[in-house]
Design a protein around this ligand. Structure first.
Ligand code: SF4
Length: 161
């Protein structure tokens, strides 16, 4: 196997521990920042992989839950699936054909819609922001309530009866 052959997916050309770290993201030995950097590198390599569309379509149709596929994380793949479904490609619906039929249809759709990669990334980034905002809001409110100065009521402001 040469690193220049077109028959081997790019991730399979890397030695084991690095391939696991860059595409599997289940390595507990690396800290969060390092893991992010490795994933980013993996995603960039996927962009050049001759199997990218097939890899991504398989992961979406077969509901793969872990790792990077076609350069996309599980949540990004979800965004991509929603975009394809909005466009009439029922990629996750088991009643819409066999797995291999749906994979084939999704690959064909991906070939026609290269812009969907950017759209999926943007939609996922928006969703992440919304999730972060939703998670932060209750704490933020608690923080505000704690910081709110207590207004002293003078006898004149108290109810008369
Ligand atoms: S696109 Fe898929 S097969 Fe290719 S390098 Fe990425 S994870 Fe591996």
């Amino acid at each position: 196997m040469s690193i220049y052959d077109d028959e081997t997916p790019l991730c399979e050309r890397f030695p084991e521990p690095w391939a696991d770290r860059m595409w599997g993201f289940d390595d507990e030995d690396v800290d969060a920042a390092e893991r992010r950097d490795l994933l980013r590198a993996g995603a960039r390599i996927c962009e050049q992989c001759p199997f990218r569309l097939e890899c991504l379509a398989k992961a979406i149709v077969l509901h793969s839950r872990t790792g990077l596929s076609g350069g996309m994380s599980k949540s990004m793949r979800g965004a991509m699936a929603r975009i394809a479904e909005r466009d009439g490609v029922a990629c996750r619906d088991k009643t819409a054909g066999s797995d291999s039929e749906r994979i084939r249809r999704l690959i064909a759709w991906l070939e026609l819609h290269p812009e969907a990669f950017d759209t999926a990334r943007e939609e996922e980034s928006e969703r992440r922001k919304e999730r972060r905002h939703a998670a932060a809001t209750p704490k933020h409110r608690v923080g505000l309530a704690r910081r709110r100065p207590k207004i002293a009521t003078s006898p004149a402001q108290q109810p008369l009866f």
